[in-house]
Write a protein that binds this ligand. Structure first.
Ligand code: F6P
Length: 326
């Protein structure tokens, strides 16, 4: 079995709360096992440019509670091209890096999958994204915090909506999947949830809202995942004004605030476990895998499977949300 001496750790793709906790876990577990660690700045861009900095257990003090990523991140266009991946390989070889830990999401794992099929430097993936849309893990780092952030914002919106007898359309993140919308919709008790996976017809939406009006609700809230309305929530609000004018209508896009902030206890522990177990998995001979958690147990999934696997939203949960909002 290969003896590893030096690893690199990088964060890649959109940031998510808990990335720093994962960096800390990787660096400290590596140090504990006698490995030297380089931090890569700015994701794949930093590997291509050879932007590495040696870090140790002390360098990651006091970061477990911080949002964002102390080593920065990117979505690298260059890494899509073989020429730049070769450059990245040469940079890793020059620093004698034996393996790379990538704290990333689907795009990052696609990149890792291509790279590891071309070159002989192994990668280990730690799943993060507020969207929770990675195959092979029940939770990605950052999802819990983002849902709590959005839920707190929606609670505040409810206060003002109730005061003015208003209907609010609240857009949350989620380009391809409605996991944030579903989670926050249930936890905030909203009147309707729209997710990209399910085509909620306009008539259905109005019917849900009319139920609230008939019950003389003081306010109504619709949560819309960003990926499900191609013309945006303002257009949806205009369409609604023409059809359902019992309430004054307002729009609120929560946007990137969902990506920031101090990670929740759940995300800190998840990030710590996945970072720790990732290093141990590499030392035991596993490579080119993502470490996730399924049903409370560690799950090691090859990058190829992460990239080809399909995930789906729990439709029963949405049915439940509908009953509870009625
Ligand atoms: O991190 C995932 C995500 O939040 C998506 O839900 C969203 O569409 C996207 O990132 C936006 O990211 P950016 O503005 O960084 O391109």
């Amino acid at each position: 079995m290969k003896r590893y001496k030096t690893i690199a750790v990088m964060t890649s793709g959109g940031d998510a709360p808990g990335m720093n906790a994962a960096i800390r876990a990787v660096v400290r577990t590596a140090a504990n096992n006698g490995l030297k660690t380089f931090a890569v700045h700015d994701g794949f861009e930093g590997i291509i440019d050879g932007d590495f900095m040696e870090i140790d257990a002390t360098s990651v003090s006091n970061i477990i509670q911080r949002g964002g990523t102390i080593i920065h991140t990117s979505r690298s266009e260059r890494f899509l091209t073989k020429k730049w991946r070769l450059m990245a390989y040469e940079q890793l070889i020059a620093k004698e890096i034996d393996a790379v830990f990538i704290i990333g999401g689907n795009g990052s794992f696609k990149g890792a999958n291509v790279f590891t099929s071309e070159f002989d430097i192994p990668f280990v993936g730690i799943p993060k994204t507020i969207d929770n849309d990675v195959y092979g893990t029940d939770h990605t780092i950052g999802f819990d915090t983002a849902c709590n952030t959005a839920m707190e914002a929606i609670d505040k919106i409810r206060d003002t909506a109730n005061s003015h007898h208003r209907l609010f359309i609240v857009e949350v993140m989620g380009r391809d999947f409605g996991f944030i919308a579903a989670q926050c919709g249930i936890s905030s008790g909203v009147e309707a949830i729209m997710v990209p996976e399910i085509d909620t017809g306009f008539d259905d939406l109005i019917a849900k809202l009319e139920r609230g009006w008939v019950r003389q609700k003081q306010s109504l809230i619709v949560i819309v995942a960003e990926g499900c309305h191609k013309d945006g929530v303002t257009a949806l609000a205009e369409q609604m004004k023409a059809r359902f004018n019992y309430y004054d209508i307002r729009v609120c896009v929560l946007g990137h605030m969902q990506r920031g902030g101090s990670p929740s206890s759940f995300d800190r522990v998840l990030a710590s476990r996945l970072g720790y177990e990732g290093v141990l998995a590499l030392l035991k001979g596993k490579k080119n895998i993502m470490v996730g958690m399924k049903n409370g147990k560690l799950n090691y999934v090859t990058f190829a499977d992460v990239c080809s696997g399909t995930i789906s939203i729990d439709k029963q949960l949405l049915l439940m949300a509908d009953v509870l909002a009625s």
